[in-house]
Design a protein around this ligand. Structure first.
Ligand SMILES: Nc1ncnc2c1ncn2[C@@H]1O[C@H](COP(=O)(O)OP(=O)(O)OP(=O)(O)O)[C@@H](O)[C@H]1O
Length: 258
């Protein structure tokens, strides 16, 4: 039983077809990657998934409910968390405070305090702090926990952003070019954390990424798209040896000998 299904999704802007009959599904615990050349429609898939764009045709279902017509914050509340190509954190706030903000929908104390339930609010705050400290340990952020995010190296900031997404305790994680702009060491660290998220937390992920090596190494399955249409969906080996994929996108140098 899939956790996410995209079925025959069509999205166009003034006659430009960004997505033209895209279908795929993601299984529980699966790391599913979407690759394709510039303008192929990768970001559009994420924007449909997170409620930014509404497709003209097709269905999108997550955990048994339709996502179409829902606003981004409603989709987030259903358990879909996202990281962004450009870091979206509060650079003046510390790592801990940014992670706490990732738990905002676990923060009932505005209302509780208004009714005088301060004790309960305090317990909720402690539970949130505890959850955030677990993420700090998991992503090896302890040495920076009280540093303002804006002063940290780029690769660490991207890791904090991943932590902010995890802080929401999502059921599905969308990773938008998680290693874009990273050096090799930062890329290897991020790859390790992505694998830990899948293997230790069992969290399903959809990843859009240009770094072909990373996608081939990490993903369980890959969908290759071009001009808004899926060319091939399969395991890394199946995709890398598919003649249509090689012709359309990968180039001979990426061919996996089998
Ligand atoms: N808001 C928009 N208005 C008009 N056209 C758009 C809009 N968003 C996307 N498109 C068009 O849809 C197509 C797919 O774009 P999309 O950004 O999804 O591709 P992409 O694969 O993410 O590209 P990149 O790798 O460059 O980020 C492109 O032709 C793009 O110009």
């Amino acid at each position: 039983m899939s956790i996410l299904t995209f079925d025959d999704v069509m999205l166009s802007f003034d006659g430009v077809r960004a997505l033209d009959g895209v279908s795929f599904s993601v299984d529980p615990g699966e790391l599913f990657a979407v690759i394709g050349p510039n303008g192929a429609g990768k970001t559009s898939i994420f924007n449909v998934l997170s409620g930014v764009y509404r497709p003209q045709r097709g269905t999108v279902r997550f955990d048994g409910v339709s996502l179409l017509g829902r606003r981004p914050h409603q989709i987030a509340r259903l358990g879909v968390a996202r990281t962004f190509q450009n870091i979206e954190l509060f650079s003046n706030l510390t790592v801990l405070d940014n992670l706490m903000l990732g738990r905002h929908h676990h923060h009932p104390y505005g209302v509780l305090a208004a009714f005088g339930w301060i004790g309960k609010a305090r317990r909720s705050e402690l539970a949130n702090r505890h959850a955030v400290e677990e993420i700090v340990d998991f992503l090896e952020l302890a040495q920076w926990r009280r540093h303002p995010v804006g002063l940290l190296p780029y690769g660490v900031q991207k890791r904090v952003e991943l932590g902010r997404a995890l802080a929401a305790e999502p059921k599905l994680l969308l990773l938008d070019e998680p290693v874009a702009g990273m050096n090799q060491e930062e890329t290897e660290d991020m790859a390790r954390f992505i694998l830990d998220i899948r293997d230790d937390l069992g969290l399903p992920m959809v990843m859009v990424e240009h770094d072909m090596g990373l996608v081939m190494d990490l993903a369980d399955r890959i969908m290759v798209i071009d001009f808004g249409r899926p060319i091939r969906t399969g395991t890394p080996t199946e995709v890398a040896t598919d003649p249509d994929v090689i012709r359309a996108y990968l180039g001979e140098e990426h061919r996996v000998e089998s």
